[in-house]
Design a protein. Structure first.
Length: 148
């Protein structure tokens, strides 16, 4: 199994702070917890991440080479967490609606316009179809909403 996000955070924080003690303070955990985590990380990676020198931890060339990938992974996780919040608050995502033509052409345009005024990053698709098809699409989970 690969490194966990928390392990990436530990590694990055040690690189940023230069010591296990400072990393522990920054991450609000104990120094032994960071030491144990670092040991597990190094065992998993198969190489030392730091040279211990006069109370400081100096990143090895391997750790320095790994840092850009750590930063990318953490940025991706941050972006995903923001996206999840947007989905939860209906600020992002996709909404699909199936309805009969009379509703698609009369009621839905104004409703969709109001919906999108507060949710600019939500994509909306409207499908004009028969009553029977609306029911089938809803039953098959092919649309989010339907009206006949």
């Amino acid at each position: 199994m690969g490194l966990k996000i928390r392990e990436l955070e530990v590694l990055r924080t040690i690189m940023d702070t230069g010591s296990v003690t400072n990393a522990a303070q920054a991450l609000h955990v104990t120094q032994p917890a960071i030491s144990k985590s670092l040991q597990q990380i190094e065992e998993h990676l198969g190489f030392d991440c730091f040279i211990r020198q006069q109370g400081q931890l100096i990143p090895t060339p391997e750790a320095r080479a790994l840092l850009p990938e750590i930063l990318k992974a953490m940025a991706a996780m941050d972006a995903m967490e923001r996206f999840v919040v947007d989905l939860r608050t209906l600020q992002s995502g996709r909404l699909s609606v199936a309805a009969v033509p009379s509703i698609v052409h009369t009621l839905l345009p104004a409703a969709v316009r109001r919906f999108l005024q507060e949710r600019r990053d939500v994509g909306v698709s409207l499908l004009s179809t028969t009553n029977t098809e609306v029911v089938r699409l809803i039953a098959d989970n092919q649309v989010d909403l339907g009206s006949s």
